[in-house]
Design a protein around this ligand. Structure first.
Ligand SMILES: NC(=O)c1ccc[n+]([C@@H]2O[C@H](COP(=O)([O-])OP(=O)(O)OC[C@H]3O[C@@H](n4cnc5c(N)ncnc54)[C@H](OP(=O)(O)O)[C@@H]3O)[C@@H](O)[C@H]2O)c1
Length: 313
């Protein structure tokens, strides 16, 4: 199986926005049963309606905070009570905080770790036993290219994504004895989703996806294509440029460290939009900001605007 089949049961966290939302609609398009989870019910219900319109065999909305172990257990039970099995579980819940390591308040720092890293652990704790019992099915963890490199001003997020990479590797080892159980790990680069505007921010400027930027629909297709073994192993890095950046960071650290600061300042922040410090959606859902796409526009235009703003002082 290289993508969900009609009537497969697909559970998706972070399903109300960005990559999770695109994955839900794409899986709906092949007639899968969707179990949709995130913290906010209203935006999940919007996605459930989109999935029904796209051809989902059924939809079930289960508001869930992945940082809460009991809530994840209840989500898995809800899927099993309704369908009796889970064919694929995609953990796309995630949050970002911008700011230097010492400037991000403790509650926000911990909140990023709770959702991204401990949330992935909670999912693994409750999903892996189901897949092992079934002796089939897949769990997809979503990391990031920044789970393989350092970047300035995103320490909590970077730590969690390095952790997710390690968790995926551990789970692959621990489940190598079950041929039917697949642990999939993907590392997107910049993706045009609302996560940058939804982020907690102590940097002073809004973030934006660093170029080259992929669409959430493209990433969703890559995630679904990796649900099964396929003929050839597929790379975890979803953009070829991720490999170049990783090579630079590890083989040429002096060059990388000199370049990454300015690249991030002008390519991954919107320096035309100063903002006050805020907690974003890290501590609670901001459902009004959940959507399929982000709103930062073309990356090259953004870089030119940043440079012009810099030149004008
Ligand atoms: N966009 C990128 O450039 C990019 C790049 C690399 C990796 N990623 C990763 O891809 C994944 C999806 O990101 P995205 O860009 O699609 O973000 P997004 O558009 O902001 O969507 C995040 C989703 O996660 C949910 N969520 C947040 N905290 C949660 C929690 N504690 N429990 C359950 N659900 C929660 C949100 O809904 P509620 O707030 O209502 O809960 C929302 O549905 C994340 O793991 C992110 O780190 C993204």
């Amino acid at each position: 199986m290289s993508s969900p089949q009609a009537d497969d049961v697909v559970v998706i966290t972070g399903a109300s926005s960005g990559i999770g939302r695109a994955t839900a609609v794409a899986a709906a398009g092949v007639g899968a049963h969707l179990v949709l989870a995130a913290r906010g019910r209203t935006s999940l219900e919007e996605v459930a309606a989109e999935c029904s319109a796209a051809g989902a065999a059924s939809t079930l909305v289960v508001p869930t905070d992945v940082g809460d172990d009991g809530a994840v257990r209840a989500l898995v039970h809800a899927a099993l009570d309704r369908h009796g099995r889970i064919d694929a579980f995609v953990n796309s819940a995630g949050v970002v905080a911008y700011g230097r390591a010492e400037e991000v308040p403790a509650a926000v720092f911990d909140g990023v770790v709770r959702t991204n890293l401990l949330g992935s652990v909670n999912v693994a704790r409750h999903v892996v036993p189901v897949l092992r019992r079934q002796d089939r099915g897949s769990l997809t963890l979503i990391g990031s290219v920044v789970g393989h490199i350092p970047v300035p001003g995103m320490t909590p997020y970077v730590l969690t994504k390095w952790g997710v990479q390690a968790l995926a590797r551990q789970l692959k080892l621990e489940n190598a004895d079950r041929r039917g159980v697949r642990i999939s790990y993907v590392a997107p680069g910049g993706v045009d989703t609302p996560i940058y505007q939804q982020a907690a921010n102590y940097d002073g400027y809004e973030g934006r996806p660093p170029p080259p930027t992929a669409s959430p629909e493209r990433v969703a297709g890559q995630i679904l294509a990796r649900l099964g073994p396929g003929l050839l192993p597929r790379p975890a890095q979803l953009l070829p440029t991720n490999q170049v950046i990783r090579f630079g960071a590890h083989a040429l650290p002096f060059v990388y460290d000199a370049i990454i600061g300015p690249f991030f300042r002008y390519g991954a922040m919107d320096r035309t939009r100063p903002i006050e410090p805020h907690t974003g959606n890290v501590l609670e859902s901001r459902q009004d900001g959940n959507a399929l796409h982000g709103a930062q526009g073309n990356a090259a235009v953004g870089i030119v605007r940043n440079l012009l703003t810099h030149l004008r002082g």
